[in-house]
Design a protein around this ligand. Structure first.
Ligand code: GLV
Ligand code: MN
Ligand code: MN
Length: 415
């Protein structure tokens, strides 16, 4: 029997609005890049809410935040939920945030209903799910799961050359070493992340809840190009080694690699592209690209990855442009836990909410939590499938449904 729970949607909407206002850009744009002033203020906002809800708050050396509701039998392995609040430039207010503030609301609703968990329930707010500062997403959960070594993490550099170690020290997380972040396998009995779908299927099919069974395999390449600059009027065309043009050809090769992979699931994007010196009357001498490539099938993704790497070499050789090619990450897909999926589906059934299993084409911290413990995700519809844009939107009722499913699922696992 499902517990009788009340989700306080107006409170949650108010908190979503307040967090959206903590941004590096004016509303409705949300931008909260890792360890920016907005990201730090957003962290404090969430920390305060967790304390108000009488949760025990702690943070690790990379800024992952843990807010624990202690269970009656604290020796039992806890269960966990959570997501992220960092936001890519020009984002909306729901990506990640629904899974953090929604988890808090789920816990509050369980507390108000007088539910007392046997297992502790922990909300995790992960550091830098978005790859914005260092080109690598899921920094916090990668470190928690051991998918990224502390040495490699410490040396990560932003485009200006500033390391993660410097950034985290400035943000107040430098007292402990990054080696302290890693968690033991099976440290949680289960992890469930609530998130907006970021795709159109639930809305199109009028389904209230998606339950994730697989998360696509992401990868990221960073390419630095060094050509030869010069005067736009004086350097004749046969003498040029234009870094931008090499980069432009690479971006087209990236598109081709996805289009020709033989799978409709391959998606490839050159999402970051800077040039130097950036003057209209100077031949571009330098370029810097970041490329995102994903597929559900690892073999197809890896074949496309190799094709892009070969194209970078060929294009640069032909154009006389030097290059540095770095594979920032090339992760395997994650398979979610059939038992947890069953639990969430049966909660939806009891609540009379339509539900379907689905693939997540976006990545999430669950991709790495799946290396530690059984996981799944609860997706709610978002208007037009739009995400990573200021007009990203899920209605209060859609969010309430997701929070309710999360709360009931946590209650089942926590007893
Ligand atoms: C997460 O934001 C992703 O890029 O999938
Ligand atoms: Mn995102
Ligand atoms: Mn997200």
């Amino acid at each position: 029997m499902a517990l009788s729970l009340t989700i306080d949607s107006p409170r949650l909407e108010k908190q979503l609005g307040a967090l959206a206002a903590i941004s590096e850009a004016p509303p409705p744009v949300v931008t909260r890049v890792l360890f920016s002033d907005a990201d730090r203020r957003g962290r404090s906002f969430v920390k305060d809410l967790c304390r108000e809800a009488s949760l025990q708050v702690s943070e690790d050396a990379v800024g992952n935040l843990f807010a624990r509701w202690s269970g009656k039998e604290s020796q039992l392995t806890p269960i966990a939920t959570g997501s992220h609040i960092d936001a890519v430039p020009n984002a909306g207010r729901f990506d990640g945030v629904v899974g953090v503030l929604g988890a808090l609301e789920a816990v509050r609703s369980l507390k108000s209903a007088g539910f007392e968990p046997r297992r502790s329930i922990e909300i995790i707010m992960f550091t830098a799910e978005e790859p914005t500062r260092f080109g690598m997403g899921c920094l916090g959960s990668r470190l928690l799961s051991g998918a990224l070594s502390p040495e490699k993490a410490a040396a990560l550099r932003d485009p200006e050359g500033k390391t993660l170690d410097l950034w985290r020290t400035e943000a107040g997380y430098g007292k402990r070493p990054l080696t302290s972040v890693r968690l033991a396998r099976n440290c949680y009995a289960g992890f469930i992340e609530l998130h907006i779908e970021q795709g159109p299927l639930l809305e199109r099919e009028r389904v209230a809840i998606g339950v994730v069974r697989i998360i696509a395999a992401p990868s990221t390449l960073r390419v630095r190009l060094v050509g030869t600059g010069g005067h736009a009027g004086a350097v004749l065309m046969p003498d040029r080694h234009d870094a931008l043009l090499a980069g432009a050809e690479i971006a087209l090769a990236v598109e081709q690699a996805a289009l020709c992979s033989g799978s409709p699931d391959t998606v490839a994007t050159t999402g970051a592209f800077r040039i130097e010196p950036g003057a209209v009357n100077s031949v571009p001498s330098g370029a810097w690209l970041e490329i995102d490539l994903r597929d559900v099938q690892l073999s197809t993704r890896d074949a496309a990855l190799r094709q892009i790497e070969t194209a970078v070499r060929d294009i640069c050789q032909r154009r006389g442009v030097e290059f540095q090619l770095e594979r920032l990450n090339a992760d395997a897909p994650a398979t979610c836990d059939p038992e947890l999926i069953k639990t969430v589906l049966s909660v939806c059934d009891e609540l009379d909410l339509s539900a379907r299993e689905m693939i997540s084409r976006a990545y999430h911290d669950t991709l790495f939590m799946a290396r530690l413990c059984p996981t799944t995700m609860i997706f709610i519809p978002c208007r037009g499938g739009v995400s990573h844009r200021p007009d990203e939107y899920s209605s209060p009722d859609q969010i309430r449904d997701g929070v309710l499913v999360l709360a009931q699922s946590l209650a089942r696992l926590g007893v």
